[in-house]
Design a protein around this ligand. Structure first.
Ligand code: PLP
Length: 439
């Protein structure tokens, strides 16, 4: 199935809703373009296609923030939610939970690397990161956490302490906790050593931080591929090197696989590609098939540092282990397993990447680089204005895309069920948009 256009984009109904939202939602939340090019309001979605309130459909190359790995309105997920909704919507997560929480905890342990057999559930990625940061504090006795520049771990207060971006932190200075330390990530493009593929120099930043702040640092948090930072994939050897350094200096390794996890990069978890086993693993986004749920999985000794509840959980929330979310997540994981979506991400991703390389060869004046793996791909442009302009232009052409990094990257992270003909359609539209720029 390919997108079809029925009206101007945005259509009259989207524009009306945008006007109404302006009067009722905090103006800092939804971006309502003053030139009225953005947003379109969604009404329905199926597979990789989204239909707006005016009847226009689009190819979703964002998987709606990387969530819809199994595709929008996946029938198995929809069926599981409907079935569960008829019998039990809400339980008492940490007091009288539903049996689904047990099944899901087991499923996560089955797919997580190593012996990360104990989970704390949450509702979104930020929750999983908060649980990871607290777990590291309890297990190491040290509050400090090393994180990477241009990394993204969420916007709750603890997560903000390790998310380095000034635009998110500065307005809340005085409130954001100060336990995070930051070093450069191993980005072959911005590498200060210009060595392109060596990892030793970048790892030396980490080692220096361990030496300088070792008294207070207990853990490192890393995205195996930085997502919002611009699809930045470190060279092979970097993650194993990081694991090795953590072992040598007695630090816990927290892998934030909220974006990369559950098949997106071609493996269940991106760490699997190099056999790296973190001590704590954060997951969210795709695991719920569209339903809000996340988890922080940890080793038995890390879990033991929490002690055993004697009646009051130290870290919980009203909706923890929500039955509908657990049912949706079990169905989504069932779908990932039965259709082997990680393998699909690998092969379809290789096709998409090859087609993007053709595009880069055709438009060297615009495209600086194609990067990423599986269906976590990014195209970096020489000029930020070109990338940002394309976000609007491609919407007109039936493609939903998002910028990443400093705005110079377009991230391409579609549902893992995207079809070859849909990828071809995307390439055709991007080509036409760049052709129009070039004349
Ligand atoms: C790697 C990573 N960690 C954490 C988060 C935060 O997740 P959420 O927005 O669900 O709180 C995100 C969101 O994009 C992410 O990409």
């Amino acid at each position: 199935m390919l997108p079809t256009r029925k009206t101007a984009i945005p259509g009259a109904k989207s524009l009306l809703l945008a006007g109404e939202l302006r009067r009722s939602e905090n103006p800092n939340i939804t971006f309502l373009d003053p030139e009225r090019r953005f947003p379109v309001f969604w009404e329905s979605a199926s597979g990789s296609l989204v239909t707006d309130v005016d009847g226009n459909s689009y190819l979703d190359l964002t998987a709606a923030f990387g969530v819809m790995g199994v595709g929008h309105s996946n029938p198995r997920v929809v069926g599981a939610i409907q079935k569960q909704a008829a019998v039990l919507i809400h339980g008492m997560g940490d007091v009288h939970p539903s049996g689904l929480k047990v099944r899901l905890a087991e499923k996560i342990a089955e797919h997580s690397p190593g012996d990360l057999g104990y989970v704390i559930f949450g509702l979104n990625g930020g929750d999983a990161v908060e649980a990871a940061l607290k777990s590291a504090r309890l297990a190491t006795g040290k509050p400090g956490v090393l994180a990477f520049r241009s990394g993204y771990h969420g916007l709750t207060m603890g997560a903000l302490a390790v998310t380095e971006r000034a635009d998110f932190r500065t307005p809340f200075s005085g409130q954001v906790p100060q336990f995070g330390r930051h070093v450069p990530f191993c980005d072959p493009v911005s590498c200060s050593f210009s060595c392109k593929s060596c990892t030793r120099a970048c790892l030396s930043f980490v080692e220096s931080a361990f030496r300088d702040y070792g008294d207070t640092l207990g853990a490192v948090i890393v995205e195996p591929i930085q997502g919002r930072g611009g699809i930045v994939e470190p060279p092979p050897g970097y993650l194993p090197g990081l694991r090795d350094l953590c072992d040598r200096y007695g630090m816990l390794l927290i892998a934030d696989e909220i974006f990369t996890g559950w098949g997106r990069t071609g493996d269940y978890f991106a760490c699997d590609a190099e056999g790296v086993v973190p001590d704590i693993l954060c997951m969210g986004k795709a695991m719920g098939g569209g339903f809000p749920i996340s988890a922080c999985a940890m080793r038995p000794d890390v879990a033991a540092a929490w002690g055993t509840s004697t009646g009051e959980a130290m870290h919980t929330s009203t909706f923890l282990g929500h039955p509908l979310a657990c049912a949706a997540s079990l169905a989504a994981i069932g779908e990932i397993e039965s259709r082997d979506l990680p393998a699909r991400a690998k092969t379809v991703g290789a096709y998409f990447k090859a087609r993007l390389h053709e595009l880069a060869a055709r438009f060297p004046a615009h495209i600086a680089e194609v990067r990423g793996r599986g269906l976590m791909l990014g195209v970096r442009f020489h000029k930020r204005e070109v990338a940002l302009g394309l976000v609007y232009e491609l919407l007109q052409r039936g493609l939903i895309v998002l910028p990443a990094g400093g705005g110079d990257v377009i991230e391409l992270v579609p549902p893992l069920v995207i079809e070859h003909e849909q990828i071809d359609f995307a390439i055709k539209q991007i080509t036409a948009a760049l052709d129009a720029l070039s004349v």
